[in-house]
Design a protein around this ligand. Structure first.
Ligand code: FDM
Ligand code: MG
Length: 215
């Protein structure tokens, strides 16, 4: 007889503006989960390693100009091309800690405020993707973010645009969202995340079903 299916892993997404500390917190959380014996992997979107991801990287580093609608669809396609593997990992019991997902996709394009790029249009290509079990939103004012040593050189890393992105994120908040005050110390934030993530991992292990965007 076949071995029983392992408890499924949790799909944990981190969102927030640039400089809020997402990458630091994601890395710490994955290490913590692994130390607790929870199989876990760190993922990020965009995944710049794929063919589509390389086009996105060229766009973000201003080596390429791509139409706003077209690049939006590339970001979404970059999630779709990873979605089968993502579901396989979860089903095999691996918890995925994912640095950005479709919420960044919608917020960054909608923040461009161009005709034809309204929120409904921005959300459409991601409909049906696996929905995260929790979205941890690291909340930090644009001023505090800028005070952390300034933004980098990539496209979108400018205070006025980041402000518009934050406004877009606000309108995407749903029941799975957990707001985290990112102005606290790295340790204090991590402590909260460990507790919240632990509860979600346990709920998923008990068989809570994986949802779909934007249901
Ligand atoms: N970004 C990220 C988008 O514009 N759309 C998306 O779908 C995603 C996932 O890409 F400015 C933006 C957000 C950010 C940039 O992200 C690269 P990282 O996390 O800095 O690599
Ligand atoms: Mg960045």
């Amino acid at each position: 007889t076949a071995a029983p299916a392992p408890p499924r892993g949790a799909f944990l997404v981190f969102e927030g503006a640039d400089r809020a500390g997402k990458s630091t917190q994601c890395g710490l959380l994955v290490e913590h989960l692994k130390a607790q014996g929870v199989p876990a992997e760190l993922w990020r979107f965009p995944d710049r390693t794929t063919a589509i991801g390389k086009m996105i990287d060229a766009y973000l580093t201003s080596q390429a100009e791509i139409d706003d609608a077209a690049v939006h669809l590339l970001f979404s396609a970059n999630r779709w091309e990873k979605s089968q593997e993502l579901q396989r990992k979860l089903a095999a019991g691996t918890t995925l800690v994912v640095d950005r997902y479709a919420y960044s996709g919608v917020a960054f394009t909608a923040a461009k405020a161009k005709p034809g790029l309204d929120r409904q249009w921005c959300q459409a290509p991601d409909a049906g993707l696996p929905a995260p079990d929790a979205v941890f939103f690291l909340s930090l004012s644009t001023e505090a973010a800028a005070a952390r040593g300034g933004y980098g050189e990539e496209r979108y890393e400018k205070a006025d645009f980041q402000k518009k992105v934050l406004e877009q994120f606000q309108s995407l908040r749903g029941p799975a969202w957990r707001m985290v005050d990112a102005s606290q110390s790295v340790e204090a934030i991590q402590q909260q995340l460990r507790e919240a993530a632990g509860a979600v991992v346990a709920r998923c292990a008990r068989g809570a079903p994986l949802g779909r965007l934007w249901e």
